[in-house]
Design a protein around this ligand. Sequence first.
Ligand code: RIB
Ligand code: CA
Length: 323
Amino acid sequence: MTKKPLIMDVDTGSDDAVAILMAVLSEKFDILGFTITQGNRPLQNCTENTLRVLDMLGANIPVYPGCPAPMVRNMTPGRNANNPGSPITIVENGVEYGIHPAYLNLPAATSKPQKQHACSFILDTVKNSPDKVTIIAVGPPTNIGMAFRMDPTIIENIEEVVFMGGGVHMGNITTAAEANFFHDPEAIKIVLDSGVPVRIIPINATHAACIKVTEADELTATGTKAGKLAGELIRLRADASRRMGWHDGTEDPIHDALAVAAVIDPTVITDWRRQTCNIDIGGGASDGELLVKDDPNGNVLVAYNADQPKFYQMMLDCVKKGN
Ligand code: RIB
Ligand code: CA
């Protein structure tokens, strides 16, 4: 089975870390590199966290830091003040809880990031690849949008771009928008408008396939480093989400891992709809909202539901292999 050439853009992040484990351990991908975007945490933290996960796996895959801020959204006076978005941490009795640790509970990275910028890496790699490249983007898509702006011809050698992001008639950072697309609406719009084949795994699908804390315990019980990390991060997310009133503490959506699972085996998604998509870049109350209409000629496949037991089994099968 030939491995799929892949560039993965991450803002590591707890669910990004589980997604990285699945991408590496699935053995389905020839991972050409990880590009780093800011989002869950500042760029430096996301870079260090990605390196820590790869060091733990002993995976010799290059890491390319990218843009430290969104393309333009922070330049419009008042845009963020109009629509601040919900916090992702809470302080209780002087202790801060959140779904994304500043630094993952792993040894400090020994491997170093590459000096080449993520965007130039994407351009060089896609243009020179003998086979079409798949891009999986699970953070604010600034690096992807910028690369498409720098050289729109790269779509000729891209198999597809798969985003974890968006929510159709549901949001998580605001009432209208999901975090990744909210943090750089212009970047995602550039890619959607380019005509490149796109799949979107929105929170409609990820919330239909939450991983249970009991399943997290099974991941830990595999005894592998990957299983222990995945289990720890899922329990951390479930606890923090409970404290913030988002979920009941028994389970949590592991968003980014479902995006990777959907590329490994698209049948993990049980409701794909071909649609034309747009993004609100207006800066108002629905800033960053994913807007869709059914369209048999649309360039986007949007996921609306998922097979949770299949998703969990895929995650378990991957972490069992993880030293
Ligand atoms: O809204 C969920 C997304 O935002 C995930 O990618 C998570 O890691 C955060 O980046
Ligand atoms: Ca992410």
